[in-house]
Design a protein around this ligand. Structure first.
Ligand SMILES: Nc1nc2c(ncn2[C@@H]2O[C@H](COP(=O)(O)OP(=O)(O)OP(=O)(O)O)[C@@H](O)[C@H]2O)c(=O)[nH]1
Ligand SMILES: [Mg+2]
Length: 387
């Protein structure tokens, strides 16, 4: 086999040269554009092989096969490069799973939206129903839930006495909502002798660090020795000062890490039995997204629960975004913070409903450890109904 590479100003010229050198049976193996030396114009480079060339019979067999091998090696390494560059473009398993979960988020929200059959308040609705409707509407309860509640209230038998109509409908509305509020067991209830990491996640200033200090105080009363506070938040200079000082005050072990990987590889994790409260950053500076970095925690063998802190001073759309952002991690519970600064409490009902997530705790002030409590259905209702 004789293989040769030809350079010419165009394909026609190249074929002419091939035919004259390798004969009419020559087979073209590859073509590519090539700059012509000393000019801006582009020419072609064609590699061809003589099919049954008489001219080449003098060539030694070993020389031919060497040239052939060289050619195929070049082709294979070019293919290799192409495959590698394609592989680089294929999204990682993690980003696929995050896309997957974002699609399910969208699906969920779309379904939620489609299910909303908005029902106008009928003119002849009882006074008590109108009162409840107005109050809940003012509190920001979503239209979809208001409509369902309205259908429920309007389906009730009329109250026996008109003077008690307000209370009658309010009590029924509260019962209806009570059945739908999902509360998680408080984090400090878990007397698990094995190691569990409770990671607090959320947007910047959502109350992660403060909640950890408050919770550590409760857990320390029962399990001081098996409690550890750790932080992988190295985003701010001195950002962990509160945790460090508070851990010292409570005589609890404290350790900080520069990254998720550092935490996973640390001996603390391998040897500790008991609860680790883990503080996380609201963003990271490396190329990975925060959720991707935290996903590494999940894929390691650590038993980890993620608790999402949501500041009630935020608008609901921002809370929804926060849940959406962190949902690939599998959020275990919601911690509503800054309840003392909120104007309306509809989100305490809307967000857990919409995302099917239970609430574990409320934080209602800056005082550590006082302003923190276990979530209860009654607390949610008392905030919403202002009682
Ligand atoms: N009023 C009020 N302030 C709170 C509450 N929880 C936290 N704060 C305050 O909100 C600010 C931010 O709280 P952090 O606990 O540092 O929030 P974080 O999520 O750790 O913030 P980053 O680490 O910066 O993302 C601090 O000034 C806290 O004192 C609360 O329930 N009510
Ligand atoms: Mg913090």
């Amino acid at each position: 086999m004789q293989m040769r590479t030809f350079e010419a100003i165009n394909m026609k010229e190249a074929i002419k040269a091939i035919k004259s050198e390798l004969g009419n049976d020559a087979v073209i193996l590859s073509t590519k554009d090539k700059a012509i030396k000393g000019s801006d114009a582009k020419g072609v480079e064609v590699t061809a092989v003589a099919a049954s060339s008489q001219k080449n019979t003098q060539r030694s067999n070993s020389g031919e096969s060497f040239a052939g091998m060289q050619f195929y090696n070049q082709q294979i390494s070019a293919l290799d490069q192409k495959i590698n560059s394609l592989l680089e473009k294929i999204p990682s398993k993690q980003s696929l799973s995050s896309i997957d979960s974002n699609i399910s988020n969208l699906n969920l929200l779309l379904n939620n939206y489609l299910k909303m059959e908005k029902m106008p308040l009928p003119d002849d609705a009882p006074e008590g129903v109108i009162e409840v409707y107005k109050q809940l509407s003012l509190m920001g309860i979503e239209e979809a839930y208001l409509t369902k509640l309205l259908q429920h209230l309007l389906g009730l038998p009329l109250p026996k006495s008109d003077s008690k109509s307000d209370d009658y409908y309010k009590t029924h509305a509260m019962r209806w909502m009570m059945r739908r509020i999902s509360i998680a067991p408080p984090i400090h209830f878990q007397d698990n002798p094995t190691q569990v990491v409770h990671a607090f996640i959320g947007k910047s200033s959502s109350g992660k660090t403060s909640s950890i200090c408050k919770l550590a105080n409760i857990i320390a009363t029962k399990q001081r020795d098996s409690l550890v506070i750790a932080s992988i938040d190295s985003s701010k200079l001195g950002g962990n000062e509160l945790l460090r000082v508070y851990a010292k005050l409570l005589s609890i072990k404290y350790k900080e890490f520069n990254s998720v990987d550092e935490f996973i590889e640390d001996s603390l994790l391998a040897n500790h039995r008991g609860i680790i409260l883990l503080d996380t950053p609201s963003h990271i500076s490396s190329g990975d997204s925060l959720t991707d970095a935290l996903l590494n925690l999940k894929s390691s063998n650590i038993l980890i629960d993620f608790h999402l802190c949501l500041s009630t001073t935020e608008k609901q759309i921002h809370m929804d975004k926060s849940v959406g952002q962190f949902s690939p991690l599998g959020i275990k519970t919601l911690v509503f913070t800054k309840i003392d600064e909120a104007w309306s409490f509809g989100e305490l009902f809307n967000i857990p409903q919409k995302w099917s997530l239970p609430i574990s705790h409320f934080s209602f002030g800056q005082n550590i450890p006082e302003d923190f409590e276990d979530a209860t259905r009654e607390r949610v209702l008392s905030r919403i109904f202002n009682i």
